[in-house]
Ligand binder design. Structure first.
Ligand code: APR
Ligand code: PHB
Length: 389
């Protein structure tokens, strides 16, 4: 098979890119290792920036998001006693959309057939070949048969563990990484949220986040040492911990219920540069990971995809080959800023085991400054809502 762009991975990055390319008349195929059901079973964050919402609008795939998503004008930082509200709408004129990433992936998946986007699921043993040349190709196995896709470009949208990034030689690339000494234990439950907006809390017992998927489904997190086992966390233990860490105001409004999902995810900051080598471009988690504080993961994937679609349509539709060369620098400029914000919000809102009284006093001083400074709140709000692409 021959195509213009072979996309590896049918997560949000790969599907969004496929749709954007098809909308511009560029030929592409998406190759995914798992089944569609498996892809939709992954539980992910649920705050969309304006850029992500606009891409779905541009594709005309925003109907369900507009009907079921919850636009939020602000969010809160809690420091054990009080809530510091960040008025995103008042400070930036923008909103964020609370809509599960899994739902966005489902919308993209369900529209693929009607939009002529070919997605091959259950493609195993995928390998990339000749990515440094102008004639790269991908091989994979499906139903016991070997397949080969020749393309002008390959885009790696295959997440942190996929094979794409590994086909860029170490001699031309650099990895930047910070691993945090804790993970987030998340619980999903069909109960009304404790607050109409999100609350990120820094309590002496640790971090907590009150989030939501809808008016009847809540998503909460507490941070735990990486040595903790999920089996040791009964639903009651998690609810007790949340009630303490989120502070008395939120605790009074928590509705408890059985968990429908419960897991621990480690936190990491990771950037791989460059994001292009020869005819291979990387998008989303294949190139970078952010800690979930600030919910930048999917939104950063969406901005990469926006730049990649622009570069590829520039190449194929507008005879602008230089657009491909510009991709990595353009994408990385935004990636670094989102990485910085996610890292700084993580540092501000978590108790690190190595922190002493000085570091703690710095957190208190910073939260106090934020609570009293419109400039500080504006800086947080404009990063949270998403920097311009
Ligand atoms: N062959 C084909 N597909 C693969 C392979 C492979 N060898 N390896 C991985 N994949 C697929 C995975 O099965 C997955 O469906 O690539 C897809 C990558 O999807 P994600 O991990 O969701 O990454 P991405 O689409 O970049 O989305 C980024 O997801 O992890 C969150 O926080 C992150 O919100 C961010 C978003
Ligand atoms: C979530 O709803 O899962 C969520 C929200 C905000 C975050 C991270 C996760 O920063």
């Amino acid at each position: 098979m021959k195509t213009q762009v072979a996309i590896i991975g049918a997560g949000p990055s790969g599907l969004l890119l496929g749709h954007l390319l098809r909308a511009e008349g560029v030929d592409c195929v998406v190759l995914e290792r798992q089944t569609g059901d498996y892809v939709l079973s992954r539980i992910r964050a649920g705050v969309l920036e304006q850029i992500t919402v606009s891409l779905m609008e541009r594709l005309g795939l925003d109907a369900r998001m507009k009907a079921e998503g919850l636009p939020h004008d602000g969010f809160n930082l809690a420091d054990g006693e009080r809530l510091i509200r960040i008025d995103i709408a008042g400070l930036t004129g923008k909103q964020v959309m609370v809509y599960g990433q899994t739902e966005l992936t489902r919308d993209l998946m369900e529209a693929s057939e009607a939009r002529g986007l070919e997605v091959v699921y259950s493609a195993s043993d995928l390998a990339l070949h000749d990515v440094e040349s102008d004639a790269p190709y991908v091989t994979y196995t499906k139903d016991g048969a070997e397949h080969r896709v020749d393309a002008r470009f390959i885009v790696g949208c295959d997440g942190f563990h996929g094979p794409s990034r590994k086909s860029i030689p170490a001699s031309v690339s650099t990895e930047f990484e910070k691993v945090y000494p804790f993970g987030w234990l998340g619980i999903l439950s069909d109960v009304p949220p404790c607050n109409h907006e999100l609350i990120y809390a820094n309590h002496e017992r640790g971090f907590a986040l009150a989030s939501q998927r809808s008016h009847t489904r809540s998503r909460y997190y507490v941070d735990v040492p990486l040595t903790e086992k999920i089996e040791d966390w009964s639903d009651d233990r998690i609810w007790d911990e949340l009630a303490v860490r989120l502070g008395p105001e939120a605790a009074a409004n928590i509705t408890r219920g059985p968990s429908i999902e419960k897991s621990i995810a480690p936190l990491r900051s990771y950037i791989f540069a460059p994001m292009r080598f020869g005819s291979l471009l990387l998008c989303g988690d294949a190139a970078h990971i952010v800690p979930p504080t600030g919910a930048k993961g999917l939104n950063l994937a969406a901005s990469d995809v926006h730049y990649a679609a622009e570069a590829l349509t520039g190449f194929f539709a507008r005879n602008a080959p230089d657009s491909i060369i510009a991709y990595s620098d353009k994408a990385l400029a935004r990636v670094w800023k989102a990485e910085r914000f996610s890292w700084s919000l993580t540092k501000l809102m978590h108790r690190f085991p190595e922190d002493g009284p000085f570091e703690r006093a710095m957190q208190v001083a910073e939260l106090d400054y934020i609570s009293s400074s419109r400039a500080a709140q504006t800086a947080i709000a404009e990063n949270y809502v998403g920097l311009p692409a």
